[in-house]
Design a protein around this ligand. Sequence first.
Ligand SMILES: [Zn+2]
Length: 126
Amino acid sequence: MPEVLSVRRREALRLDLEDQQKALIEEVCCLSRGLIAGSSVPRRFRSEQLSGEVPELPEGSKAAERLEAKARRLREISQTLARIDHVDFGSCECCGDLIPFGDLAADATRRCCDGRCGQLPGQVPT
Ligand SMILES: [Zn+2]
């Protein structure tokens, strides 16, 4: 029987992820509003402000990159929340060992023990 993450620890991670998710949603909203309000964004994006959709942004703009990074992180967190109740959650996807809880607490979206097992994804074992 492989080791699994305890219910208490799972709950702690869930609460933390939900907090991060809320904060990120706010940030993404603020960032996209700021971009929409800015003169560099064509007027046609303004109507989308109301729908809460992230508009398509001009490429290469710093603010757009920041928004993209936040949106990516938000997606990671949502995906992590979606699988947090799964029995495998907290186990390394490469070696199957339980990821140290300290590492999960620092970043619950991690899916690997980070090469401690010598099987970092995409890396040839030496
Ligand atoms: Zn591993």
